[in-house]
Write a protein that binds this ligand. Structure first.
Ligand SMILES: *Cc1c(COP(=O)(O)O)cnc(C)c1O
Ligand code: SF4
Length: 332
């Protein structure tokens, strides 16, 4: 096990990628190995040590383990579950840029992620063709500068915080020079899986320009939220960065009212983070075993609504290709 005090770069490069190492670390039975290896050959296993440290040893039903352990069911072909469920490859005006929604553009900052979530809707995305080199970056700046309807730039990925702070600083300076931009937003799971990622230089990079910064974390289960995460986020929030969370509704992981309620409450009470979206799964090939029907999701969140103050209720939503925004699912 890596010492948990290592730098985020060390945690990134020492993340567990060998299924047998994960099983051994968690004292899980060897007979899971062949299936894990088969599924990992399609989409690699990847999980950093600080996230593994939040799992319970010997528990195959651990809700964090289930998000990362490769399983045979990923190899099932299920009708309706495809490799590009969001048809993102069709709205790529430039490599690394997706412009689907009015006023907002999304940057595929890097293909790298700190963790590979088995349900990920980008598990089949052609990242190699969507990496931001210096030429693509200039083309993207020109594209944004030429369209004054754009007010917000979303850094996505992959995980945009896998990018070094120096590079983020340069990118933010470039964006701040475009007068019609007002906000930057980072969609990242990195602080949840490696809290050491929230460095002083990251906070400086995010707060040194006139652009208002928003971070949307991705945590699905209350066990992902602890005081180490809260401590890491505090200086960021004190510097004026708004921190939100989005989650994905996942079968047998967070598909009950008590768990979702605990997630919202722990995010806010412990870490001052507000829930933003709760997404139903995108139908990506290999993830059908995580799926919850829209009706089940609507029933669940309607019940959740009775348990929580309005500001702790996430918006239940789905992404439908070709729509000009996320689609909110109605509640009873
Ligand atoms: C989700 C998404 C956004 C942001 O949507 P919000 O509702 O503003 O959070 C922007 N662009 C793309 C391509 C998206 O998928
Ligand atoms: S961190 Fe986000 S982009 Fe990366 S694998 Fe998980 S869900 Fe996908």
């Amino acid at each position: 096990m890596q010492p948990l005090t290592d730098s985020w770069q060390q945690h990134l490069s020492h993340a567990i990628s060998d299924p047998s190492e994960l099983l051994q670390t968690l004292a899980l039975p060897d007979n899971l190995l062949p299936a894990a290896q088969r599924a990992a050959a399609q989409f690699a296993l990847r999980v950093p040590h600080p996230f593994v440290a939040k799992m319970k040893k010997g528990d195959l039903n651990d809700p964090l383990l289930k998000q990362v352990l490769p399983l045979d069911s990923e190899l099932d072909q299920v009708p309706g579950f495809t490799t590009d469920p969001l048809a993102e490859m069709q709205s790529n005006p430039h490599d690394g840029l997706i412009h689907k929604y009015r006023g907002r553009v999304l940057l595929i900052t890097t293909g790298a992620c700190a963790i590979n979530c088995r349900y990920c809707f980008r598990r089949h995305f052609p990242y190699q063709e969507n990496r931001l080199g210096p030429q693509q970056w200039q083309a993207i700046l020109d594209y944004i500068a030429a369209d004054d309807s754009i007010s917000e730039v979303l850094f996505s990925g992959g995980d945009p915080l896998a990018t070094p702070d120096r590079r983020l600083k340069t990118m933010l300076e470039g964006l701040a020079a475009i007068p019609h931009l007002r906000r930057v937003r980072f969609h990242t799971r990195l602080p949840v899986v490696i809290p050491q990622r929230v460095t002083d230089s990251l906070i400086a990079a995010l707060t040194q320009t006139r652009l208002r910064a928003v971070i949307v974390l991705h945590a699905n289960h209350p066990n992902e939220i602890d005081s180490q995460l809260a401590d890491a986020l505090r200086p960021l929030q004190q510097a004026g960065v708004q921190v939100l969370n989005q989650a994905v509704l996942l079968r047998d992981i967070n598909d009950d009212v008590a768990t979702l309620k605990a997630l919202s409450e722990k995010l806010f009470d412990l870490a001052g983070v507000l829930p933003y979206y709760l997404f139903v799964l995108d139908p990506v090939a290999g993830s059908a075993h995580f799926d919850i029907s829209d009706t089940e999701a609507q029933t669940l969140v309607s019940a959740l609504q009775q348990e929580l103050p309005g500001y702790l209720l996430p918006r239940l939503a789905r992404e439908i290709p070709g729509k000009p925004s996320k689609t909110l699912l109605t509640l009873d």
